[in-house]
Design a protein around this ligand. Structure first.
Ligand SMILES: Nc1ncnc2c1ncn2[C@@H]1O[C@H](COP(=O)(O)OP(=O)(O)OP(=O)(O)O)[C@@H](O)[C@H]1O
Ligand SMILES: [Mg+2]
Length: 251
């Protein structure tokens, strides 16, 4: 069994034999507002503070000040950890996304000896896959002349899939224990919008937000975890000012 990397999130690690497999790339899939960002922030916060692992958070979605503020809502003081050098936050604005972005991440991971990595989110990245895919590749320059190419489902079927394969492969090669967030489609036979990341990732955690009459609840399921005897149940979880708590049962 691979060495385990505990998330430190209350109630979660026992669902995966003590933690995530070291070096695994885990997809965290959920609809908007389910708690993906907070879950990954707590994974890194605990990693840096309790388990003394060097951590890096790459966001494509929010400014770093927004991220720090969001973390404070569940009691995580990121600034304090950033000052110790155990946690690095990196914001890649979507308009700055280029073919060099993955190289930039790789460089930082290597130089800072990062052990835990989060990318938030793959969906934002893959929407911008055409700008990210090397121009010399697949004669994209030529294809770009055809406007229709950029309309779904052709774009989704080709460039995005190709991009997602390449990106997750690159992340895996870095050797960190990684969490990559991804937006879930509202319905359909695939778990992710890009329809391929679920096959490439080493593990999948599915998060849902349910509305029952006047009440709302959140739950998660470990859908896949290579090299792990994982729990197959649906578990309720709560977000509160002292962090995330995963329950033994659905409620
Ligand atoms: N202290 C708190 N107590 C209860 N709920 C909270 C607290 N702090 C944040 N939340 C809830 O957490 C949710 C946000 O979670 P988060 O941003 O991690 O979701 P997400 O899945 O990343 O969303 P998105 O798809 O928009 O990126 C908010 O909807 C908010 O209601
Ligand atoms: Mg988010």
């Amino acid at each position: 069994m691979p060495k385990r990397v505990p998330t430190g999130i209350k109630g979660f690690d026992k669902l995966v034999q003590g933690g995530l497999p070291q070096g695994a790339v885990i997809l965290l899939i959920g609809t908007p507002g389910t708690g993906k960002t907070l879950f990954t922030l707590e994974f890194l916060y605990n990693g840096a503070s309790k388990f003394k692992e060097k951590c890096m958070y790459v966001t494509l979605e929010q400014s770093l000040d927004d991220l720090r503020e969001q973390a404070m809502q569940i009691g995580l003081d990121l600034k304090k950890l950033e000052k110790t050098g155990m946690l690095t936050l990196m914001h890649v604005p979507i308009h700055d996304l280029t073919t060099q972005t993955i190289e930039l991440i790789k460089k930082e991971v290597k130089e800072r000896k990062i052990q835990r990595l989060v990318i938030d989110s793959l969906s934002t990245l893959s929407v911008n896959a055409p700008v990210y895919t090397p121009i010399k590749d697949i004669a994209l320059r030529d294809i770009m002349n055809y406007k229709a190419f950029f309309s779904p489902p052709i774009l989704g079927d080709f460039v995005v899939k190709r991009f997602v394969y390449g990106f997750l492969y690159d992340i895996k090669q870095m050797g960190c224990t990684s969490m990559v967030t991804s937006e879930a489609p509202e319905k359909g036979e695939f778990l992710s919008r890009d329809t391929v990341s679920e096959f490439i990732a080493d593990g999948i955690i599915l998060m849902t937000f349910e509305i029952n009459a006047w009440q709302t609840s959140r739950s998660l399921l470990v859908r896949k975890m290579r090299g792990t005897k994982s729990d197959s149940g649906v578990h309720g979880f709560e977000i509160a000012s002292n962090g995330i708590t995963v329950h033994d049962t659905k409620e």
